[in-house]
Ligand binder design. Sequence first.
Ligand SMILES: [Zn+2]
Ligand SMILES: [Zn+2]
Length: 276
Amino acid sequence: MVRRWKLPTRRGDQVALGVFTFGGVFALWYEVFHVLPTFYPEWTTAAYVHCVLAAVFSSSIYGNMLMLATTDISGSGLIMPTGPAPKGWRYCDVCVCNYPPRSHHCKLCNVCVLKRDHHCFFSGYCIGYHNYRYYVVMVTYMMIAGIYGNIFNLSFVLEVKGGISFWRLISFCAPHVGFMFGFESLYVSFITSVTSVGFLVTYCFAWLFINQVIQIFKGQTMHERKKNISTYNLGLKHNLVEALGKNWYLVWFAPWIPSKLPGDGLSFRSRDTKEL
Ligand SMILES: [Zn+2]
Ligand SMILES: [Zn+2]
């Protein structure tokens, strides 16, 4: 189910999308055209391998983001029961329809989202049953790319600064101080700042990734995790299929590889019913 991409309407979402898009492009330029040439002045095999990996990571991140934002997360197109809400379903006053278990209305997207996980500010769009795989893969590659880039950045900055020392490591906590007091040039202060921001951003990516790993292990959405609901935890293999689709082991290679989900997002196997 495809949805036409729309620019997020909320100002906060627009800013987050801008930071995601241009921050990622800047990071790619910085790593490939600024940091990498200092380690590999010549085009050696290792330099090519790093460039190919950078291309793989960025195309995976932006490709999954595109798929995430252009997948229909609502139940439009599905036949929803009318009249009194069936067992386990609830009524949404805003959408004026019954909505199934595990679904929730998102005030920002203004729609009931099937198996809603959360509202992703970077895309300005909700993560739900049909686009969850793209989010998980995107976050995973963001974390790996962040760690990878940080290793290079740290070595690069320490080499420019003249090696490891206590004060040089402390400078990452307040990169502007060295420039303000005249100990460091604007350029050194800038590359120290980029490295510090890289640490923080990668920490956030790792936090997002770990949260999703926990949820997949427990077969939960973010809401169910907060409420400690484990009704839908049927074991890791089933949870993986439920979250990423039947080709859960292939989704990591490309966002366009099909991975059919086992259900329709309206009903789910649970530990109580053991049925769809
Ligand atoms: Zn609704
Ligand atoms: Zn939303």
